[in-house]
Design a protein. Sequence first.
Length: 78
Amino acid sequence: MKKDEQIVSAQIVGIKREKIICKTENNKLINIDVMTNDELFMKVMVDLLISGLWVPVNKKLKRFMEYDWLDNSSIWAN
């Protein structure tokens, strides 16, 4: 998998206790494990679920990107 194929657009389609379920543009599901008690983070995740906005996700690592697609430093740092 090329590095530029690792980053995909995804919508949050479900939130469970320690898992956020995302759907890619190709209708593939990605389960992202979250171990956080950060109320603000979870509020943002709920807002993204409700709004349907697309967010950048590292498909290989199953993690949200810290920055957006335009910031190349976040792609190569992992």
